[in-house]
Write a protein that binds this ligand. Structure first.
Ligand SMILES: Cc1cc2nc3c(=O)[nH]c(=O)nc-3n(C[C@H](O)[C@H](O)[C@H](O)COP(=O)(O)OP(=O)(O)OC[C@H]3O[C@@H](n4cnc5c(N)ncnc54)[C@H](O)[C@@H]3O)c2cc1C
Ligand SMILES: O=C(O)[C@@H]1CCCCN1
Length: 386
């Protein structure tokens, strides 16, 4: 084995690739993690200070995976002696008869501790928020905030401590599949028995070297921060929770927010969709239709915030047609494994995605039923549509 030869190469050092590489190294695999940008960077989907972690989902399988995932987050915190999770609870609000009921029954069925907030008691528990007409509300009490940038630094650091190699500033420009895969970057050629592709918004660019294209849409999210009129009203220290406002007549997609924390006096509130973009040109995409929707919502429901964004950052989602992840082998090259299409909700699953992609790449039986995440589901859709 030359120094350029590895058991496994992982392309993409976002949250999913970093956790995958870490799991491979934990399993004593000689692993190389390649990243196109110099780390840390803010050009993909995993940057920024915070993400929501929650068990509140409308499908049981996500809630089940989160059971173990919380434990894995906590193990990593202990192992690296760092705080990555802060419990805040997640307020779920939505039209009484819609998706809200699905969330509520999934939580109840899976015995996740929740608090239901009757309308008459709502403002006593959640001050400075107006519950929309016809909406119901509950709190997933196990939910909270994950520290995103700190997570990446931690996982990458733990991977290196285990002997893993990170080469950043090395954009992959070619992949030659085979029983030994050859990966060419702008400055080197590497070989491995197995390859994992976790390239976020660039998944299809990389997969084009392997003869595969997936139905992925890359969208730009305007990450908006809003100023508190009275400092502290929505602060994490005053136990203000994260929230999801489920879709309604007014907003066709979720609106979600995190308590003011990372920037003093600013609360992060975003719209769960945005305009399509080329990942290399996202700053040219200046559509702000989402901000108009947020301004109307904030004026009505968060009267303690100035309804003009004080800070706007940007991030990307890579979305599948059904919003479920892709965790699978390449259909023609079984030693290539793909983690893609995390559809704006993948961060919290990082530890479990890393474990599953590691299992798949080693040819092991995965710990969970991965049928919702198979590539085949898209082929089935397009066939039935004919
Ligand atoms: C605004 C916003 C809010 C979100 N909120 C939440 C939330 O609250 N909770 C939650 O769970 N999730 C949330 N998500 C989703 C979550 O952040 C993403 O699902 C997750 O970060 C995706 O990670 P990834 O590793 O797949 O992609 P990325 O982080 O984009 O990583 C892919 C990496 O591959 C690299 N790469 C690509 N091409 C090449 C190449 N040719 N050579 C070398 N390297 C390459 C890229 O540079 C990049 O670093 C949010 C996302 C956004 C944008
Ligand atoms: O994954 C999450 O928890 C958030 C919730 C709302 C949409 C964006 N992502």
């Amino acid at each position: 084995m030359s120094s350029q030869d590895y058991d496994c190469i992982v392309i993409g050092a976002g949250v999913q690739g970093s956790f995958t590489a870490y799991n491979l190294a934990k399993n004593n695999k000689k692993t190389l993690l390649l990243e196109q940008f110099v780390l840390p960077h803010s050009r993909g989907s995993s940057h920024g200070q915070t993400r929501i972690i929650r068990k509140a989902y409308d499908e049981d399988y996500y809630t089940h995976m989160m059971e173990e995932c919380y434990q894995l987050w906590s193990q990593l915190e202990k192992e690296a002696n760092v705080k990555l999770y802060r419990r805040t609870g997640l307020l779920v609000m939505g039209p009484e008869q819609g998706d809200y009921q699905v969330f509520k029954s999934t939580l109840e069925r899976n015995k996740v501790p929740i608090v239901i907030l009757p309308r008459e008691e709502f403002s006593q528990h959640i001050p400075h928020v107006n519950l929309s007409q016809g909406n119901a509300a509950l709190v997933d009490t196990t939910a909270g905030v994950l520290y995103a940038d700190r997570t990446l630094k931690t996982v990458q650091g733990q991977f290196q401590k285990l002997g893993g190699v990170i080469k950043d500033g090395q954009k992959v420009i070619d992949i030659t599949p085979g029983s030994v895969v050859t990966v060419t970057t702008v400055s080197g050629v590497y070989r491995a028995k197995r390859l994992v592709i976790t390239a976020g918004p660039w998944a299809n660019t990389l997969l084009s070297h392997t003869g595969l294209q997936l139905p992925l849409q890359v969208i730009k999210i305007n990450v908006c921060y809003w100023s508190e009129k009275i400092p502290g009203s929505y602060n994490v220290q005053h136990r203000f929770p994260c929230f999801i406002q489920l879709e309604s007549e007014e907003a066709k997609h979720h609106i979600y927010g995190l308590p003011s924390n990372e920037y003093p006096g600013l609360m992060k509130i975003c719209y769960h969709t945005g305009p399509e973009t080329d990942p290399d040109e996202r700053d040219r995409q200046t559509d702000r239709g989402d901000i108009d929707i947020l301004q109307r919502y904030i004026t009505r429901c968060f009267p303690g915030l100035v309804p003009i964004p004080a800070v706007v950052e940007s991030c990307m989602y890579t979305v599948t047609p059904d919003d479920h992840f892709i965790l699978d082998h390449h259909p023609t090259h079984s030693n290539i494994v793909i983690g893609a299409g995390f559809s704006g909700h993948g961060f919290k699953f990082g530890p479990i995605v890393g474990k599953l992609l590691c299992e798949l790449s080693q040819g092991e039986v995965p710990s969970y039923d991965l049928s919702p995440f198979r590539i085949r589901r898209f082929q089935a859709h397009s066939k039935s549509a004919l």
